[in-house]
Design a protein around this ligand. Structure first.
Ligand code: SAH
Ligand code: SF4
Length: 351
């Protein structure tokens, strides 16, 4: 094994772990606070940590890896200012993240894996399968380096880029702690949403962590027949099992769950499906986001018409369920998750 592989990525460490490392190195523990502050800024080398001695910087560089993503592609929407980034991580893998501008602040959508193994039929991210998990520090890097590049403060984070966050559970949890901790950039957990395709046992495990984040479930169909045909994960965790986990999550955390529902023509947009969805959610505080499908060329699925979306929304409302239709951001760029990486992979530019 090469020396590089044995080194730890320093950005993965919590402040307590950093203190322990420094103690081992014979350093004063208070240095941990200084170093941690630097690590949560977009620095590109230990030499930028100017309040540390040259000797300490050299020893840190010998002992740790400092991950620095390189922006290999960027698209800025002329319509609404949405910015999409393709980052090359250490080792050459590429991941994408998006900065979205809303009235209530800037939101960064981060990827949690290189690729994804869940195989949803409508998703460009899963086309090449899973290459690897991202580390906690690499996910943090997406936020830090977007702040640096755009010069915009980030107030919200959504884990809705490439990857299934709960398939990379430990690293994602560590990221959530790092990004919200008081010594770092302090994005409050209430300003973070995690979206999952529905790994029921992991949802229950997450519930026990008692985080303040918003859980968002990619439901997309209320019946197993339709759902399994577009989301293979439904075979392992059918709708009833998933809803059991969601109920447990709400009972344990008291946090309202948000449901993503993709509108695919003649597949998920039928009125009986709105009624079935309403029946599933009845009695629990829930919010439904209706998302018009973003067509990918490998899939025959087509978006529902605006009329069908409206009819579906009205049917939900008649049954007492509020639903919002999500506005598409960055309509002039490849803003749907996985599309920029996919296009770049196809063009063979970076890998
Ligand atoms: N893996 C997680 C989070 C990343 S995907 C999940 O599946 O929830 C983020 C969201 O984008 C999910 O709700 C996903 O279903 C949705 N999505 C993926 N491809 C899409 C497409 N072509 N059109 C509309 N929504 C899509
Ligand atoms: Fe993976 Fe989410 Fe895409 Fe499904 S929708 S393949 S879970 S990234």
């Amino acid at each position: 094994m090469s020396e590089q592989m044995l080194k730890k990525e320093i950005k993965n460490l919590t402040i307590e772990e950093l203190k322990a490392e420094l103690k081992e190195m014979g350093e004063k523990p208070f240095r941990a606070g200084q170093i941690f502050q630097w690590l949560h800024q977009p620095v590109s080398s230990f030499d930028e940590m100017t309040n540390l001695s040259k000797d300490l910087r050299t020893r840190l560089a010998e002992r740790f890896i400092l991950t620095v993503p390189v922006c290999v592609r960027k698209q800025v929407s002329q319509v609404d200012g949405t910015r999409k980034y393709l980052w090359q991580m250490q080792g050459g893998d590429c991941v994408e993240s998006v900065l979205m501008k809303y009235e209530h602040g800037n939101t960064v959508c981060v990827s949690t894996q290189v690729g994804c193994r869940m195989g949803c039929k409508f998703c460009a991210s899963g086309l090449f399968g899973l290459k690897r998990h991202l580390s906690a520090g690499e996910i943090l890097d997406e936020v830090l380096f977007i702040q640096k590049d755009s010069g915009e403060p980030v107030s919200n984070i959504v884990l809705m880029g490439t990857g299934e966050p709960l398939d990379n559970y430990d690293n994602v949890l560590r990221f959530l702690h790092l990004v919200s901790c008081p010594e770092g950039i302090q994005i409050g957990q209430r300003h973070i949403s995690l979206s999952t395709s529905g790994l029921a046992d992991r949802i229950e495990r997450l519930a026990k962590e008692k985080l303040q984040i918003t859980l968002s479930i990619s439901l997309h169909a209320p019946d197993d027949e339709s759902r399994v045909s577009i989301m293979p994960v439904d075979k392992r965790y059918p709708v009833a099992r998933l809803m059991e986990a969601c109920n447990y999550y709400f009972d344990t955390t008291g946090r309202r769950i948000s449901y993503e529902y993709m509108m695919a023509k003649d597949k998920t947009d039928r009125i009986w499906q709105a009624e079935k969805l309403a029946a599933l959610l009845r009695g629990r505080p829930a919010h439904v986001n209706l998302i018009p499908l973003n067509p990918v060329k490998e899939s025959p699925l087509q978006p529902s018409s605006p009329q069908a979306v409206r009819r579906f929304q009205q049917a939900l409302e008649r049954h007492g369920i509020t639903a919002t239709v999500r506005r598409r951001l960055g309509p002039d760029i490849d803003a749907a998750c996985g599309q920029l990486r996919r296009r770049t992979l196809e063009e063979g530019e970076t890998e």
